[in-house]
Design a binder for this molecule. Structure first.
Ligand code: HEM
Length: 357
């Protein structure tokens, strides 16, 4: 991911020595889509300057815009061109195409190998599974990067602290910020950025933005009749076959757990320079206080990769660029995605950036 980000940054930005104006969401999409895709699926080496964003970026966005309708079981035939777009996206992952891609990641290679063991899966089915994984891996990480960047840019104090932390890290590892595009950081070094995020889990500016923008509903099917015991002696009788939906935003926005929950506080998960893990409700310490990635056996397997992707992006952006928002407006959550993961922003916001020289 680091190598891919560096190469994308070099191609896209080495000439940006004067202020350039863009919108934050579009900017995040163009970086994270390309870098994540290359990291997971590799790259078609055939064409020089090939960009997967040029090849399928627009189609992905169009499909993603209709995702909430599909999740609500609206027949795809009623969603205009969505069916055709989905077919084209799936075709992109057909084995004759994937066979050309170099530098495929271990997880995708393992999935490819596993699909080969199932004779009943046709080429189209396998491609569809690859597309589904691609959506799972990019559909949330891109808006999560948007929110992490947007909240930081909006908060000068947070930006200064995080910049300072990154500067220290670069100094201590003998590296220079600025336009060289050759910063290298290990996962261990990334882990030490406590304000940006602590990998074990719960600190940081990234976690705070995940708290504010994630609305991933955890849906569970009741396997046998039982009584669900809740706080305050409340009990719910559940029958086999009932669905239960756990809705983390209720927790994330609970003023008893998080003081001023509507406010972005970049250091909410830091206490005395260390990660803060003690959050309380009615004086009881909570086992789960941040759940953007679900819970239990189906908890997101990409969560460490996702957070490290966001972290790398922010480290490189803050190391290479001066940046500032050009609009004071407040961007809200696109309500149509409530329950389905990281909410998309309801509008985009302009910012300007230029290389630190
Ligand atoms: C900020 C980014 C991400 C968020 C917020 C997120 C969130 C989630 C959530 C809430 C679930 C459902 C968990 C449950 O039902 O308990 C999930 C499942 C999943 N995620 Fe992620 N995810 C992110 C990034 C990724 C990435 C980068 C990958 C792959 C590289 C990925 C792969 C998956 C897969 C394969 C599942 C299905 C797991 C299963 O059903 O067992 N996700 N994710």
């Amino acid at each position: 991911m680091m190598k891919n980000l560096q190469s994308i940054f070099k191609t896209k930005f080495s000439q940006v020595t004067d202020w350039k104006v863009e919108t934050v969401n579009k900017f995040c999409f163009s970086i994270v889509f390309e870098a994540s895709f290359r990291t997971l699926y590799g790259r078609d080496p055939g064409a020089d300057g090939y960009s997967v964003t040029d090849a399928i970026g627009d189609k992905f966005l169009k499909f993603d815009a209709k995702f909430s309708y599909l999740a609500a079981n609206i027949p795809i035939e009623l969603l205009g061109e969505t069916k055709e777009i989905r077919k084209e996206l799936i075709h992109f992952f057909k084995s004759e195409n994937m066979a050309k891609w170099l530098g495929i990641s271990e997880v995708i290679q393992d999935r490819k190998n596993m699909f080969e063991m199932y004779e009943e899966l046709g080429d189209y089915d396998k491609a569809a599974h690859h597309f589904a994984f691609m959506w799972a891996s990019l559909g949330n990480t891109i808006p999560a990067t948007f929110w992490a960047m947007y909240y930081l840019l909006r908060d000068p104090e947070a930006l200064a602290v995080v910049r300072d932390e990154i500067d220290h890290l670069l100094q201590s590892t003998g590296q220079e910020k600025g336009p060289g595009f050759n910063i290298r950081l290990t996962r261990e070094q990334l882990d030490n950025l406590v304000y940006l995020e602590d990998t074990v889990g719960q600190e940081s500016a990234i976690n705070e933005s995940l708290r504010m923008c994630s609305s991933s509903m955890n849906i569970r099917l009741t396997k046998e009749d039982f009584i669900l015991k809740l706080e305050g002696n409340l009990e719910v009788n559940l029958r086999k076959g009932d669905y239960i939906a756990i809705y983390p935003p209720i927790l994330h926005m609970d003023p008893e757990v998080y003081q001023d929950p509507e406010q972005y506080k970049f250091d909410r998960y830091v206490e005395n320079g260390k990660k803060k893990t003690a959050f309380y409700k009615q004086e009881k310490k909570l086992k789960h206080f941040l759940m953007p990635f679900g819970s239990g056996a189906s908890k997101c397997p990409g969560r460490f990769f996702a957070v490290n992707e966001i972290k790398l992006c922010l480290v490189l952006l803050l190391s290479y660029f001066d940046m500032e928002l050009l609009e004071k407006k407040s961007v809200g959550l696109d309500k149509s995605r409530i329950g389905l993961g990281i909410c998309l922003p309801d509008s985009d916001v302009t910012f300007r950036y230029k290389l630190k020289l």
